[in-house]
Design a protein. Structure first.
Length: 393
């Protein structure tokens, strides 16, 4: 065989293992806009905030009227009308207003945490699709080489320089590669359908082949302090503690009596009385249990905050170490594959008749599997990095 196939593998290594691609920011931006779950969460957030804002309004105005008649005809009817407006002390409204703002802010943090989860899931899909793009490109290049080999051996058999067994081996190799290629295409299509579903049913094209180089922070502890300050999960847990502290202050101040101010009118025959009514509502019986409940809720939220802090730290520490190891392994595999490629020598040996077609195909399969393992290692490293840097989404 005069035409060599090594050019295909060399092109594959240069393109798949070394080419840097754009990130997925535009894809994630579209998903953030079109995702149905995020739209629903946003609507629920706004509804909850409106409900919270209404909690600090004045209570409903109370209007009462009566019509009474006496037990003697000459007494005439008695008519009464009263209008009353209950309200708390101004300090209670101020504390409740602060509590309302803190609660609304914490709802925003909860939404931010859910948003990060959805965008991280989408980014992982993008990483997986990029892996299949690279894998399909590898199979396309190997298919071209396999077709060339199969055609050449068919010609050799016609010229009496090869036998049917060699032709069958070449054809079987081609069919196997085609099957693996088609399987990868189907897997990529399934991922694209899932990604489109996350984008509100709108299809998204992911044409990336290979990944951008991501640098890990040299000092984990310093980097983690920055992450901790912007992690919505931690901020939400801290916010819940602050909300419960404010709730406790509010509950304690609700020992103050509630005031009632209103207008009263009373008419009997030709006499009429009208004036101002003032009253107090004293919380003597039920506020004690409310204070105990608020203290228990505060203690619970503080315990949850400590647990969340420990869990986040351990998770990120594990992700950091995992990302470092996976990235180093992927780099080593790529460098070794590029440095230890013997395909040119194999091609020469096959053309010179020093090795059989079967030996050549087995050796090529070995290098192909090494390339696939390298792509998988790069994908795994990118998955870990996506989780590690999720706060940047």
């Amino acid at each position: 065989m005069r035409k060599t196939v090594v050019i295909y593998i060399l092109c594959m290594i240069g393109t798949i293992l070394a080419e840097a691609q754009n990130d997925y920011s535009s894809v994630l931006k579209n998903i953030e806009t079109n995702n149905i779950e995020l739209q629903t969460l946003r609507a629920e957030l706004q509804a909850q905030q409106i409900e919270n804002n209404a909690a600090n309004n004045l209570e409903n105005l109370s209007v009462e009227g009566s019509y009474s008649w006496g037990n003697k005809p000459q007494m005439g009817p008695k008519k009464t009308l009263s209008v009353a407006q209950p309200f708390d002390f101004p300090t209670v409204y101020a504390m409740r207003g602060k509590l309302m703002k803190m609660t609304n802010s914490n709802l925003e943090l909860h939404y931010s945490a859910e948003r990060l989860n959805i965008l991280l899931e989408a980014k992982k899909l993008c990483v997986e699709i990029t892996y299949y793009n690279s894998l399909i490109q590898l199979y396309n290049q190997r298919l071209d080489a396999a077709k060339t080999i199969a055609d050449n051996y068919s010609k050799k058999m016609e010229a009496g320089k090869a036998n049917i067994l060699e032709v069958n081996k070449a054809e079987l190799n081609l069919a196997t590669l085609q099957s693996e290629h088609d399987k990868a295409v189907a897997e990529r299509q399934n991922l694209l359908v899932t990604l489109a579903a996350m984008n509100g049913g709108k299809a998204i094209a992911i044409n990336n082949v290979g990944y951008e180089k991501v640098s890990l922070p040299t000092d984990f502890e310093t980097w983690y302090k920055e992450v901790e300050n912007k992690n919505p999960v931690l901020l939400h847990a801290q916010g819940l503690v602050d909300v419960n502290k404010q709730q406790l202050k509010l509950t304690k101040n609700q020992w103050l009596p509630q005031l009632h101010v209103g207008y009263v009118n009373e008419t009997v025959v030709d006499e009429s009385f009208q004036g101002v009514a003032v009253g107090l509502s004293l919380p003597l019986w039920n506020n004690s249990s409310k204070v105990k409940q608020s203290k228990a809720q505060l203690l619970t939220s503080e315990t949850m905050l400590n647990g969340t802090r420990n869990e986040c730290y351990n998770t990120y520490k594990t992700l950091y170490n995992q990302s470092l190891t996976l990235q180093q392994n992927a780099d080593k595999l790529a460098a070794t594959l590029s440095r230890c490629n013997s395909e040119a020598l194999l091609q020469k040996a096959l053309d010179a008749g020093e090795i059989s077609l079967l030996e050549y195909l087995l050796e090529i399969e070995f290098y192909q599997q090494a390339a696939i393992n390298t792509l998988a290692a790069q994908r795994d490293a990118q998955m870990a990095l996506a989780e590690l840097f999720a706060m940047d989404l």
